[in-house]
Write a new protein. Structure first.
Lengths: 241, 241
DNA sequence: AAGTGGTCTAGACCACTTT
DNA sequence: AAGTGGTCTAGACCACTTT
């Protein structure tokens, strides 16, 4: 009567939790696939589906003939699961995240924005400016531009501190399927950036220009963020099978 | 008598080729999984293994109930399959790559290098300095440090123009399993960089600090690269299932 | 020789989208 | 209602590593 229906989700969640809480520590061997089938009472194909997902993130490493191991260096990386969510980046770096909503206003799309978001020039957009802090230290200033047309409901309050994907889910009923990032070097040169990020003029910064799309390839958000990496370094992991 | 043994590889290679050569163009629907099983004469599980790999790179998008589609924007990204291979990054950006071997010498590891490569300080390392050009324009200056102990054979010639993973395969019999990248902003400040990258002093650049590991978590290479993104922008894609 | 993950089959039913 | 991908089973044999 207490049947768990979403088997894959359950197995995946359980294994992620065990790795996160070091029940399976860095470098340690996971139970064999056969042992996992026995423990969870599912077929090997189900187990392998889950392990494939974890391996593609670099969380585990599988060696034919030898076993499946927790990646020894997961702890050194702060972008596991992607850059979508700056809040999580902060958490994974070991800090306490705070998100401040600096401003939220409606205006007409610039030509560039209209182009990127597949809008006619002048169509209304919502502009969110937010500041991310790690342990009270500001280090990301993010501007996100969302077509006003996506806001189906007529809410009169939007919580600007929600992670972007939850914001879109909540107020636009849209799910982000993929994103394209452009990363470039920049420096603190305008007064607003210098003030909000609390950094000296000329400080070298990273800039992300990102477009988020849904499954139907429709652009949902265009954003650009300025990232002060003297606070938190940006560390990616990439794995090959 | 003409049996193809590596079924998955064959299917995967064929589908990649078709996408690359636009037999399946951007945004177009792929044949259904059922159709692919018929065409290749394999089970659906085999087809799904391949499609899962392509989807995790963002090459295709699968929509339950609707079909499998080539990502409309694959062409906008130049890091598909990862940053491992700068030569491919250039190709994917539409340029002709050239790799120049600037220097290749043996010396003692610095303390920092020894730490990163799990060596005792002073152990010998091989240092490769290489310049990557896109259509004759220099844009990446890469330094790679490899423990001398990895060079098993006593070759007296090393081809410094090989992509790093082939270099390691060839001369060290080592396969890269994963890498950890740190991306930071920097600027052209030393004479050598300015000269080789042919850029004005103070030009803003990206810097990658990368450590490559094998399956047994052994560090194989530590590298740092300076990247002039005024030549080729760095564009990532990230997808969520 | 025993144990491990990798490939592969031939089904079944479900969730979701399209027609 | 028909078609599509998602989940799931219960096997089999292979390639590779460890004992």
């Amino acid at each position: 009567m207490n049947q768990i229906k979403a088997t894959i989700e359950h197995v995946e969640g359980t294994l992620r939790e065990r790795i996160q809480q070091r029940a399976y520590g860095p470098g340690e061997q996971l139970p064999t696939e056969l042992a996992l089938t026995a423990e969870f009472g599912v077929s090997r194909a189900t187990i392998r589906t889950v392990l494939t997902r974890l391996a593609s993130e670099g969380l585990i490493i599988r060696r034919q003939g030898a076993g499946t191991y927790v990646n020894q260096r997961v702890g050194e990386v702060n972008t596991l699961g992607g850059l979508l969510d700056y809040g999580r980046l902060i958490t994974e770096s070991g800090y306490q995240p705070t998100i401040q909503s600096i401003s939220m206003l409606q205006r007409e799309a610039t030509e560039a924005e209209a182009e990127l978001l597949n809008l006619a020039p002048g169509e209304p957009v919502m502009v969110l400016v937010r500041l991310f802090l790690a342990d009270e230290r500001p280090f990301i200033l993010a501007t996100n531009v969302i077509p006003q047309a996506l806001f189906s409901s007529n809410d009169d309050f939007y919580d600007g501190r929600l992670p972007l994907h939850l914001f879109l889910q909540q107020y636009c009923q849209q799910t982000i399927a993929y994103a394209i990032y452009e990363i470039s070097p920049t420096q603190a040169d305008d007064a607003k950036t210098i003030q909000l990020l609390n950094c000296p003029p000329g400080q070298q910064l990273l800039q992300f220009a990102t477009t988020f799309y849904n499954q139907a390839d429709r652009p949902l958000v265009w954003g650009h963020s300025t990232y002060d990496d003297s606070v938190v370094k940006l560390r990616f992991m990439q794995s090959w099978v």
